[in-house]
Design a protein. Structure first.
Ligand SMILES: Nc1ncnc2c1ncn2[C@@H]1O[C@H](COP(=O)(O)OP(=O)(O)O)[C@@H](O)[C@H]1O
Ligand SMILES: [Mg+2]
Length: 262
């Protein structure tokens, strides 16, 4: 990530977070987070609004850097063994390797084709045939190809919300990241579009490590392998999703997943 081929061969976890503290100005919002996230799995971040899920997610590709006063005050995050605080870290490479999908889909004001081609071009790809192939491949992965192959030059804004979100996922995978971060990607979608995205996630995890913030507990239990439950900036419990939803070990987790608060 310092350069594109600097990944150590055998990093034990895709993401390792150690003793992480994070603050906005003087206000500490993440407290001593320790968490390791395995490769090729889906990890769900759950917890009530304001508990720090998005903040932690945004630490993983350092887009919090864009917020004045936002900073890590203690601890460390490593991705594929590389410390994200390294002074020589190339943020553009980091963000290509750790892609992000947002709650409100945000296609570029461009054609369907260009939404996917754009990222390839800014990373230096000029081979038209390769770009065409990658556009088809990515649209096929997100099950959009058949719907849009005859109107690739039309505006992305002509697609439905669910289709635009799948286009955003296609755009993210076009540059072949290792990790995809998703912040409540379905919360503005109807149930059918949500189901399609969930099916897509299960398909994507064979190739990518996915971290998804969701306030939808049913969604976390349907799609994730591991779940991390946060409360007031602390990681309360982390483990296999099936175990956490059937036999949580901390009473607060049990209260949250049984709907006692949230
Ligand atoms: N840009 C920001 N500036 C200052 N405080 C923020 C900012 N974003 C989030 N916070 C605060 O950080 C805490 C965690 O927020 P957030 O990570 O958005 O939680 P969640 O995603 O779990 O709802 C909250 O108290 C929130 O008000
Ligand atoms: Mg959030």
């Amino acid at each position: 990530m310092v350069s594109d081929d600097s990944t150590p061969a055998a990093a034990p976890h895709a993401i390792a977070i150690e003793q992480l503290r994070f603050a906005y100005g003087e206000r500490q919002v993440l407290h001593d987070i320790d968490l390791t996230i395995p490769s090729h799995s889906i990890t769900a971040f759950i917890g009530p609004s304001g508990c720090g899920k998005s903040t932690l997610l945004r630490c993983l590709n350092r887009i919090n850097d864009r917020i004045p006063g936002a900073r890590v005050t203690q601890g460390k995050i490593s991705i594929a063994g590389i410390d994200l605080a390294r002074p020589d870290l190339d943020l553009q490479v980091l963000r290509r390797r750790v892609g992000m999908v947002f709650q409100k889909w945000n296609p570029f004001p461009k054609s369907i084709y260009d939404n996917i081609a754009y990222g390839l071009r800014i990373h230096g790809e000029t081979n038209r045939k390769l770009i065409d192939e990658r556009v088809e491949e990515c649209l096929t992965v997100v099950s959009l190809w058949d719907d849009v192959k005859d109107r690739l030059k039309s505006s992305a804004f002509g697609l439905s919300g669910g289709q635009q979100q799948r286009l955003c996922i296609a755009r993210t995978i076009a540059t072949r990241p290792d990790i995809i971060l998703m912040d409540e990607p379905c919360s503005a979608l109807d149930p059918l579009s949500t189901l399609k995205i969930e099916e897509l996630l299960l398909d994507l995890k064979k190739d990518y490590t996915i971290v998804i913030v969701t306030h939808n507990l049913a969604q976390a239990s349907r799609c994730s392998d591991e779940t991390a439950f946060f409360y007031m900036g602390k990681l309360i419990e982390y483990g296999k999703t099936v175990t956490m939803f059937s036999t949580p070990s901390v009473p607060q987790t049990e209260a949250y997943i049984s709907g006692a608060f949230g």
